[in-house]
Write a protein that binds this ligand. Structure first.
Ligand code: F6P
Length: 373
C-alpha cells in the first residue's frame, strides 16, 4: 500500500496554456480516485520558501479546464538553491561591486514540506524549474515532474502541453498578417517565441504558409532569403511572410538579446531579431517591410482542445506515478503513450531541437519554404 496521503503541487517558470488543466486533473484524480489531500503552493518556489500554501478542493478546480495561465500563479525568479540574499526590508543584498549575493535556502523548503506533512510534490515546469525539481529529489523529496513549455524543447518527452495552443495562436496571427501583407504588398517578418529551439516557429510557419522560416538550428544567410522573395516577386507575388524565431541568428552571427534579467536564473530575454531581418530585407528586396513580435500572446488565452486532453493525461499520469512510488521522474509522452523518464536524464541532456535534416524541414523545403541556408 502506498504511504501517500497528502500531496502538493506548484507551477514554476513562465506560464503556459494547459497548466490549469493539469492542476485540475491532479486534484480530481488525487481526491476522487485516491482520497488524498491536495495542497497548492502559490508562486512556485517562492511559495515553497515562504509557506504560501492553500488547500485545493474539487471546488477550486471547477471551470478552469479551458483557462490559460495558472490559478496557483508562477515565478521564474526563485531558484532556492541559488537564492538572492535579502535584507530585513526584503531588498536584494549586493556586494561592493554591485553584484547580487546568493545563498542556498533549499533546506528551508524541505523543512516546510515536512512541517506541512506533504508526502509527494508535483512540480510543473520547464528546464529551470525541473532542474530544481531534480535537486529536491536528490535531497530526498518525493518529486514528480510535469514538463510544460510552449517551446517544446524538453528532452525525453515528445510533446509538452501548451505547444499546440501556441501553434494555433501563431497560425492565427499569420493568417491576420497575411491579409494586411497582401493589401500593401509588403514583406512581413513575424517573430515567434521558443528561445533556442525552432519548434514553434517551424510548426507555426508551416501552418501559416510562411515563405521563409528562420530558426536557431539553421543559421540564415539574409541574401538567400532576399533572393527567394525577389524571385517570388518577379513571378507576380508581391508580398512575403517571414517567420523568424526569437533565437534565430545569421550565419557567423549572434542571437539578439532584448534584456538581461539579472534577478532571474534564466537571465537572457530574447527579442528584436525580426526588426533587423525586416530592415535588411527592405534594403535588399526594394519592397517595404514591417516586423511584428507576437510575444506573450503566444502563451495567453484559452487552451486548445488538444492541449486540454494532453494536460489532463499528464496530470492523471503524474498521480498514478506517485501512487506507484516512482519518484524522481517526469511524466513523458512517447508516441501516444504516457510514460515516464528520470529527472536526472531530462536535466542532464541538452534541450530537444529541430533536426535541420529532419522530415519536417525537408517537407517544408519541398513546398518552397526558404530557411536561408
Ligand atoms: O520558455 C517559454 C518562453 O515563453 C520562451 O519562449 C520565451 O523566450 C520566454 O519564455 C519569455 O520569458 P518571460 O515570460 O520571462 O518574458
Amino acid at each position: 500500500m502506498s504511504e501517500i496521503k497528502r500531496v502538493a503541487i506548484l507551477t514554476g517558470g513562465g506560464d503556459c496554456p494547459g497548466l490549469n488543466a493539469v492542476i485540475r486533473a491532479v486534484v480530481k484524480t488525487a481526491i476522487v480516485k485516491y482520497g488524498l489531500e491536495v495542497v497548492g503552493i502559490r508562486r512556485g518556489y517562492h511559495g515553497l520558501y515562504h509557506k504560501d500554501f492553500i488547500n485545493l478542493t474539487l471546488d477550486n478546480v471547477q471551470e478552469i479546464l479551458s483557462e490559460g495561465g495558472t490559478i496557483l500563479k508562477s515565478s521564474n525568479k526563485d531558484n532556492l538553491f541559488i537564492y538572492p540574499i535579502r535584507d530585513e526590508n526584503d531588498n536584494i543584498v549586493r556586494d561592493k561591486d554591485g553584484k547580487i549575493m546568493y545563498h542556498d535556502v533549499s533546506d528551508v523548503a524541505v523543512e516546510n514540506l515536512k512541517e506541512a506533512g506533504i508526502d509527494a510534490l508535483f512540480i510543473l515546469g520547464g528546464d529551470g524549474t525541473l532542474t530544481s525539481g531534480r535537486d529536491f529529489a536528490r535531497k530526498g523529496v518525493n518529486v514528480i515532474g510535469i514538463p510544460k513549455t510552449i517551446d517544446n524543447d524538453l528532452a525525453e518527452t515528445d510533446y509538452t502541453f501548451g505547444f499546440d495552443t501556441a501553434i494555433s495562436v501563431v497560425t492565427d496571427s499569420f493568417d491576420r498578417i497575411r491579409t494586411t501583407a497582401k493589401s500593401h504588398g509588403r514583406i512581413m517578418c513575424v517573430e515567434v517565441m521558443g528561445r533556442g529551439a525552432g519548434w514553434l516557429t517551424l510548426h507555426g510557419g508551416i501552418a501559416g504558409a510562411a515563405d521563409a522560416i528562420l530558426i536557431p538550428e539553421i543559421p540564415y544567410d539574409i541574401n538567400k532569403v532576399a533572393e527567394k522573395i525577389k524571385s517570388d516577386m518577379a513571378n507576380g507575388k508581391d508580398f512575403a511572410i517571414v517567420a523568424v524565431a526569437e533565437g534565430a541568428k545569421p550565419l557567423g552571427g549572434d542571437i539578439v538579446i532584448s534584456k538581461i534579467r539579472e534577478d532571474s536564473p534564466d537571465a537572457i530575454r530574447l527579442g528584436g531579431v525580426s526588426a533587423i531581418v525586416a530592415d535588411q530585407l527592405e534594403a535588399l528586396c526594394g519592397a517595404e517591410a514591417r516586423s511584428t513580435i507576437l510575444g506573450h500572446t503566444q502563451r495567453g488565452g484559452n487552451t486548445s482542445g488538444h492541449d486540454r486532453v494532453l494536460s489532463s493525461r499528464y496530470g492523471y499520469a503524474a498521480v498514478e506515478l506517485a501512487m506507484e512510488g516512482k519518484f524522481g521522474n517526469i511524466v513523458a509522452l512517447h508516441g501516444d503513450e504516457m510514460t515516464y523518464a528520470s529527472l536526472e536524464d531530462v536535466i542532464g541532456q541538452k534541450t530537444k531541437n529541430v533536426d535541420p535534416n529532419g522530415e519536417l524541414v525537408q517537407m517544408a523545403k519541398a513546398l518552397g519554404v526558404c530557411f536561408g541556408d
